[in-house]
Design a protein around this ligand. Structure first.
Ligand SMILES: NC(=O)c1ccc[n+]([C@@H]2O[C@H](COP(=O)([O-])OP(=O)(O)OC[C@H]3O[C@@H](n4cnc5c(N)ncnc54)[C@H](OP(=O)(O)O)[C@@H]3O)[C@@H](O)[C@H]2O)c1
Length: 227
């Protein structure tokens, strides 16, 4: 499948590499490819590769502008920063996203008052719904925003994969396609919460997620819904 991954941060890189390893035709979208290749984004402790170093090891993934990547793709993963999602998708262009499945993994985290972050959208709305309203012809599915990037694509690395992932969306066919991709990553316990407004619940889990991360001292955890 031709897939565009929007986002050159840790999550975008992880999802793009995992999809490419499954032999999808993958591009990674960014604002300015030259600037992305030139920047030193090794993180505060220098604990990760620059984008250029990462890309050198993942050369089969094409680095394109958001617009080029969307135009060429059949399905889009959105892994852009919460406050920048609309800017990134608008740069892609409405016609290039029309009739396509968009799996939204973003979180509207607001760090302006420090840590822990609050949510800039909550309760009566969600980032996923904001995207759907702005791009009515795109089939938005919310998923994977409740786990860290490594677990998104490799749930079996934790508890043998015996934990839960959620999805929601208004288009049944789009959710089937998203579920197939989740199963290919190794997810087995997939809970379809129903229509896209249920993304509010998925996004409002984040305040608990960041506190669990602080308490546990790791981002490598998830919840299992026991019936
Ligand atoms: N990291 C995780 O483990 C994890 C887990 C669950 C959910 N998520 C969600 O996934 C998303 C990505 O997280 P991340 O940590 O990988 O990276 P991030 O730093 O939150 O986002 C990086 C991406 O956002 C884009 N961006 C930033 N400002 C922009 C602007 N003004 N206009 C357009 N695009 C802009 C960047 O574009 P350029 O490429 O042009 O720089 C880059 O592609 C977030 O919404 C996050 O909440 C992350």
């Amino acid at each position: 499948m031709k897939i565009a991954v929007f986002g050159t941060g840790p999550a975008g890189r992880t999802v793009a590499a995992a999809l490419a390893s499954q032999l999808h035709s993958v591009s990674i979208g960014t604002r300015d490819p030259a600037a992305t290749l030139a920047r030193d984004d090794r993180g505060p402790d220098g604990d990760r590769q620059t984008f250029a170093q990462w890309h050198a090891h993942n050369a089969e993934i094409r680095l394109l502008t958001f617009e080029e990547a969307a135009r060429d793709a059949w399905l889009v993963f959105n892994l852009t920063a919460g406050e920048a999602v609309l800017a990134a998708l608008q740069a892609a262009g409405k016609p290039n996203l029309a009739d396509k499945v968009l799996i939204d993994v973003s979180n509207a985290l607001d760090f302006s008052a420090g840590f822990p972050p609050s949510l800039s959208i909550s309760n009566t709305d969600s980032l996923a719904e904001v995207i759907q309203r702005e791009f009515p012809e795109t089939k938005v599915v919310k998923s994977l925003n409740t786990v860290n990037a490594a677990l998104m694509v490799n749930p079996k690395a934790l508890a043998g994969g015996d934990h839960t992932i959620f999805l929601s969306g208004d288009d049944a066919g789009a959710k089937e396609i998203a579920s197939d991709l989740l199963r290919a990553f190794g997810w087995e316990d997939i809970i379809d919460l129903g229509e896209l407004s249920n993304a509010r619940g998925m996004e409002m889990y984040l305040p608990l997620w960041v506190r669990l991360m602080g308490t546990l001292g790791t981002a490598n955890f998830n919840i299992k819904v026991v019936r």
